[in-house]
Design a protein around this ligand. Structure first.
Ligand SMILES: O=P(O)(O)OC[C@H]1O[C@H](O)[C@H](O)[C@@H](O)[C@@H]1O
Length: 278
């Protein structure tokens, strides 16, 4: 483990013995870089992103908690991605390097804590080895009152070209988008070249993302749903923290728990994702 910086943000870099590495900024508990053991950067981060703690990082893996998007009365996508986490522990296990980060109610600025007055502890564990990455997010209700929450890992994967990327594992899965009716995906492979913003519910199994000669397998547990998002040309142009052409270079595939779950006092929820390139 070494301390580093990413832009102006303090960060922690972990390295496995085989060369796989990951960098997480304390701001957001945000995984900003994942290099598999072949040295390839697997995550996208916008060259126009703020990297000074003034707003969420555009890229990497933002942690979404306690609300997804505008589905609630709180901050868009919640406060976890703009709060400052702490490094709790690091280590090695079976050739993997890991680091665990923690965020509690006490770490929140007063106004945010007042607007969401529940006692909680979030843990994010990041582990890398060879061609794989494991992310564990847990939510612990440390208070005496139940609270509802949604959560997601808003991963931005680096791809060669949007129009050529292929997502598998979504056939016959129900999704919602901006149209009024939910639909079932007919195609075996999802391929698109401009804006797409869908929530797929109750995934039956693993997903795959093929880009160039690489195939990424995505497995998730605890997170029941997955969001697939790319802003496309027009929305990308309207995002000040994304360069106009950059939408072609990433795809967000986000393990998510969209319908708020009610977490009882003392209870804990864990969502896991395992990513592996083949
Ligand atoms: O711009 P942000 O707040 O980071 O949100 C970026 C995107 O996140 C999710 O993927 C949503 O489904 C999109 O509707 C949203 O545009």
């Amino acid at each position: 483990m070494s301390n580093s910086t990413f832009g102006l943000l303090p960060a922690v870099t972990i390295r496995a013995a085989d060369g796989a590495q990951a960098t997480v900024t304390l701001y957001g508990g945000h995984l900003v870089s994942w290099r598999s053991s072949d040295g390839q950067e697997r995550l996208f981060c916008s060259r126009a992103s703020s990297l000074d703690g003034s707003r969420a990082i555009r890229g990497g893996v933002p942690v979404i908690f306690p609300q997804f998007g505008a589905r609630g009365t709180g901050m868009r996508h919640g406060f976890a991605r703009v709060a400052t986490w702490q490094l709790e522990s690091t280590g090695d296990a079976d050739g993997a390097a890991w680091a665990q980060f923690v965020l509690t109610q006490a770490d929140l600025p007063e106004a945010i804590a007042a607007a969401w007055p529940y006692a909680f502890t979030l843990h994010l564990r990041v582990a890398v080895k060879a061609q794989s990455l494991e992310l564990h997010l847990s939510v612990h209700n440390t208070g005496e009152q139940a609270f509802p929450f949604s959560a997601a890992l808003h991963s931005y994967f680096a791809i060669d070209q949007l129009s050529e990327a292929r997502i598998g594992g979504l056939q016959r899965v129900r999704y919602s988008d901006e149209t009024p009716q939910d639909a079932l995906q007919a195609e075996e492979v999802l391929q698109f070249e401009d804006k797409l913003d869908r929530i797929y519910y109750q995934l039956p199994g693993a997903l795959s993302l093929q880009s160039g000669s690489h195939t990424l397998r995505l497995e998730q547990q605890g997170f029941t749903d997955a969001v697939v998002w790319n802003p496309g040309a027009q929305d990308a142009a309207a995002l000040s923290d994304l360069a106009d052409d950059e939408y072609q270079r990433f795809l967000c595939i986000e393990p998510a728990l969209i319908q708020p779950d009610l977490l009882a006092a003392g209870a804990e929820w864990t969502g896991r994702q395992r990513l592996e390139f083949t």
